[in-house]
Design a protein around this ligand. Structure first.
Ligand code: PEP
Ligand code: CO
Length: 467
């Protein structure tokens, strides 16, 4: 499979159907006043960067995106479960081998527990290798009487509170591409070799349990997994064949100049694909039906997601489906609900009752993070571990009630021992947040909290799969 960005390629080929309309449509978003975009001061500088981005090699291939669509379709049907995890905002300086390895390790450890509990394959995705752009509620930030542009993620500007760092710099688009490329290279290396060996992943989980205060609660699942592995070994299972795993890259498709420049035509089919990542989603703030983001993503053939907050209506959902998935292709569209622990039990069952059965091709995923952000007494932006778990429980209950399929989880996490989310086995309290608070945007579950979450979701998944 390959790509060719030049439309003349298709004229020469004759048989491939990249119509001028398809290519033109890729520019439509420009007329739709895209929200949350950077403002660059030098158009020539931007043009040079975009030209370069238009000719760099793709980060992912169309065939991989199609494979992911088929995997997500399995989740829509209840025959697989999605686990997407990673930073709220990746940063350039943190794109280091050890940090990336620990994040992948955390997702693999969670996936092992969920695979066992759900008795279905877990489709693994990272909010990684491209999750650099952040929507912000305000364009500016004021500190001690000084007002500067808000930090919009490393792909746009720097976090440091100086006019130089906060300038929107188009060269950061190129830097984001290169950092994504090296991150993805490492992801591919880690997940294709012995690192992902199931027995090794289980050993890590056993180690985690040894040090967790809630050990007794999770012990039984761990012991059952142990017995299952021994059973497989006794039956002569080929563990070597199991030591590579599929791992896909996902990010919010926020910066449309970046996504457009990294869109290529698949030479097999003539269809456009965003080659900046396998799975792209539209955020809660940019999912306007007539907006630029919905228009642009309607035209690429990757599997895509849309975040749905508590104000979403039945009509909006159906119109989003008409715009983004007119052919009702299983796996093409995921709805990632992020209602908040206090609202999900009121909002989601009603929505699913109204539209769930009309949309069997859609995959419902739970983001239990973004509806549960609070400010601690000492000013830290945080979340409560118990709210995060409660939203997941509400998600499973809502689907059980409506007879629809809970298809996956979307989590902000890190493999490091940070203190950004309150609670969990180590009972991080408000004072504890000071110890190691590193995120530049939203608070992430640390390594131990992520695994605790996996064990608690395992209980819910076991119940759901036996219902
Ligand atoms: C995010 O996923 O980091 C995010 C900003 O989410 P939402 O669009 O749901 O607020
Ligand atoms: Co976030």
């Amino acid at each position: 499979m390959g790509f060719n960005a030049d439309p003349r390629f298709f004229e020469a080929m004759g048989s491939v159907q990249a119509t001028p309309q398809t290519l033109e449509g890729l520019e439509n978003w420009r007329d739709l006043a895209p929200l949350q975009q950077p403002t660059y001061t030098d158009p020539a500088e931007l043009e040079t960067v975009l030209e370069e981005l238009s000719s760099v090699p793709p980060l992912i291939f169309a065939g991989e995106a199609d494979l992911l669509t088929s995997r997500i379709a399995e989740a829509a049907a209840g025959r697989a479960f999605i686990l997407a995890g990673g930073d709220c905002a990746e940063t350039f300086v943190d794109a280091q081998a050890d940090k990336i390895r620990r994040r992948i390790q955390t997702v693999l450890q969670m996936a092992a527990v969920l695979t066992y509990a759900g008795s279905v394959p877990v489709v693994k995705m990272g909010r990684m290798a491209g999750q650099f752009a952040k929507p912000r509620s305000s364009d500016v930030e004021t500190r001690d009487g000084v007002t500067l542009p808000s930090y919009r993620g490393d792909i746009v500007n720097g976090h440091e509170f100086t006019p130089e760092a906060r300038r929107h710099d188009p060269h950061r688009l190129l830097q984001a591409y290169h950092v994504s490329s090296s991150t993805l290279n490492l992801i591919r290396a880690f997940t294709q070799g012995g690192f992902a060996d199931l027995r090794r992943v289980h050993d890590w989980n056993t180690g985690f349990l040894g040090s967790n205060p809630n050990y007794h609660r999770y012990e039984q699942i761990a012991r059952e997994i142990d017995r299952a592995l021994k059973f497989m070994a006794a039956c002569g299972a080929d563990f070597d064949a199991l030591n590579s795993v599929e791992f896909f890259a996902a990010h919010e498709a926020l910066l449309l100049e970046y996504e457009r420049a990294l869109t290529r035509i698949d030479s097999r089919t003539g269809n456009p694909y965003a080659v900046s990542g396998h799975f792209l989603w539209i955020g809660e703030r940019t999912r306007d039906l007539d907006g630029a983001h919905v228009d642009f993503l309607s035209r690429v053939h990757n599997p895509i997601g849309v975040k749905l907050g508590p104000t979403i209506t039945k009509d909006e959902v159906l119109r989003l489906v008409d715009r983004l998935d007119p052919e009702r292709t299983p796996g093409r569209l995921s709805f990632i609900t992020r209602m908040g622990a206090g609202k999900i039990r009121e909002k989601l069952p009603a929505l699913l009752a109204e539209v769930g059965h009309e949309l069997p091709q859609v995959t419902w995923v739970c983001d239990p993070m973004h509806g549960n952000t609070i400010t601690a007494g000492n000013g830290f932006k945080t979340r409560r571990f118990e709210d995060v778990v409660e939203e997941v429980a509400g998600f499973f209950d809502a689907h059980a009630e409506a007879g629809t399929v809970p298809g996956g989880l979307h989590i902000e996490l890190t493999g490091d021992d940070v203190t950004e989310v309150l609670g969990g086995g180590a009972e991080i309290d408000e004072e504890g947040l000071r110890r190691r608070y590193e995120t530049l945007v939203d608070p992430r579950l640390n390594h131990d909290q992520s695994l605790e979450m996996a064990f608690q979701v395992a209980e819910l998944l076991t119940k759901a799969s036996r219902a």
